[in-house]
Design a protein around this ligand. Structure first.
Ligand SMILES: *Cc1c(COP(=O)(O)O)cnc(C)c1O
Length: 457
């Protein structure tokens, strides 16, 4: 029997009678023996359940107000051929943000029409590859890019379907969101006019798309942030985009068919942390969309959303082997001296940069055995030549933690492998899919030979 663990662990994760973590019906001791560590383990069923949960939540909520929804899995969170296929089998489309991501989605056999291409600085080669693949939408991000896409499409004798990415001034992440007229960041075109008056950059961009016969204006796109745990920001951004849509219709007679509300749906990283309920946020956004359209007298657009982290983040864990364990004396703010156990693992910031990059917090547990030992304050660190090479800032681990123990960090399915590096020339871990009592390598472990092959010096 296995006792389920619950969030932030994948849905199939549980502890067996011997205390060993079991994922997808396979013990982590067996997985470590077969695939080595560190390894990214992906619970296929959990991924599929979350994909279905987002799709049905948004489809149901928007069906209630009378329109349809497309869910695009944001491939940048983690894209492999198998993952792209799982997404498609669950009825999702896939968003890509580079030629590399596009190539993986195409290798998976996904039809170009079900793919999107994002990016604030797409190369001509990336735009050309997207046009040649017949992607369903290119999300344009600047005035110059509109002309580049139009020219490349015209040269091919095709009409490129485009969405214009706008910034609404709503920026969300975590609990707070702030409204600012102009955001000091690189993405999108503002819905607000500058101090000199005239058209807002977003309006200018929409008009420019309409003026180019080699472009078809599909709609308007907005992405407000990441790891958002509250519906308010999505609602505010949706209102803003729908008002812009109505403004464009009043001005040109063109009512665009589609509105994309982006991704950013938050997940639990730590035990007891809240996670965004897709049904709740879908209902709030659907009501807001219906209300603004009624107010403006416009027909409802088709809606799309782009969850990445919320689909793949909780489905993945990283499995490490413990090496050096070192007690370090630390002085608390109140002046008391305590011991912090520094637990080094065989990976680190090269397989999970988020703690160093965003001060992201994670949980960890010893998963290869049971321990009744008292818990002590610990910090899980990697093997890189940086003191900031921290995997888990603060976690209580059994005081008998020792070299050779298996340690797992949950909720690493998103932005772990996809942001991995070869710092210190470590080889990047494999991605292993686990389901129904079996495991399968989806992306193999890098080898030193792979690294040497790149160095043609
Ligand atoms: C990053 C990104 C997403 C996905 O964000 P998540 O936080 O992983 O859901 C969706 N759309 C766009 C445009 C993005 O840049």
């Amino acid at each position: 029997m296995t006792a389920p663990l619950g969030a932030p662990w994948p849905s199939s994760a549980g502890r067996g009678d011997d205390g060993v973590l079991v994922l997808g019906g396979v013990s982590v001791t067996a997985l470590a023996a077969e695939h080595g560590t560190p390894a990214y383990l992906l619970d296929e069923r959990d991924f599929r359940e979350r994909a279905r949960a987002y799709r049905s939540a948004f489809e149901d909520a928007f069906a209630q107000v009378g329109t349809g929804v497309d869910v695009y899995y944001a491939g940048k969170a983690l894209l492999t051929v198998a993952v792209a296929r799982w997404a498609r089998e669950e009825g999702l489309r896939v968003d890509t943000a580079s030629g590399g991501e596009l190539a993986v989605a195409l290798r998976a056999g996904l039809p170009g029409a079900e793919l999107g291409l994002h990016g604030n600085n797409k190369s001509d080669a990336e735009i050309a590859a997207a046009l040649d693949a017949g992607v369903g939408r290119i999300i344009v991000d600047s005035l110059v890019e509109i002309d580049r896409v139009a020219d490349l499409a015209a040269a091919r004798g095709v009409v490129a379907p485009v969405m214009v990415r706008v910034t609404t001034g709503v920026h969300a992440g975590g609990h707070e969101y702030i409204s600012t007229a102009h955001e000091d960041q690189k993405f999108g075109l503002s819905v607000n006019a500058g101090p000199g008056g005239g058209d807002a950059p977003a309006v200018e961009a929409l008009l420019r798309v309409l003026a180019r016969p080699s472009l078809r204006l599909l709609g308007i796109h907005s992405h407000i942030g990441s790891q958002i745990l509250d519906a308010a920001g999505f609602v505010e951004a949706a209102r803003s985009v729908l008002r812009l849509r109505a403004h464009l219709a009043a001005r040109t007679g063109v009512l665009v068919d589609e509105v994309d509300l982006g991704g950013g749906y938050g997940i639990a990283y730590l035990p007891g942390e809240e996670t965004l309920d897709p049904r709740g946020v879908a209902a709030s956004v659907a009501q807001a969309v219906a209300a603004v359209c009624a107010q403006e007298g416009t027909a409802l657009p088709r809606i799309s959303i782009e969850p990445g982290r919320a689909i793949v983040g909780p489905a993945g864990i990283t499995l490490y082997t413990v090496g050096t364990v070192k007690p370090v004396l630390v002085t608390d703010q109140d002046g008391t001296t305590r011991t912090r156990l520094y637990v080094s693992v065989d990976g680190g910031m090269s397989d999970n940069i988020r703690p160093a990059l965003y001060d992201a917090r994670y949980h960890a547990e010893i998963v290869g055995r049971d321990s009744d030992a008292a818990r002590v304050r610990a910090r899980v660190v990697g093997k890189h030549c940086e003191s900031g090479d921290i995997v888990v800032h603060d976690v209580d681990l059994p005081e008998d933690v020792r070299a050779g123990d298996l340690l797992a960090v949950p909720a690493t399915g998103a932005y772990g492998r996809s942001m991995a590096s070869n710092y210190n020339l470590l080889t990047r871990p494999p991605v292993v899919g686990v389901a129904d009592g079996g495991s399968r390598v989806l992306v193999r472990r890098e080898t030193v030979e792979d690294l040497l092959a790149l160095d043609v010096g």
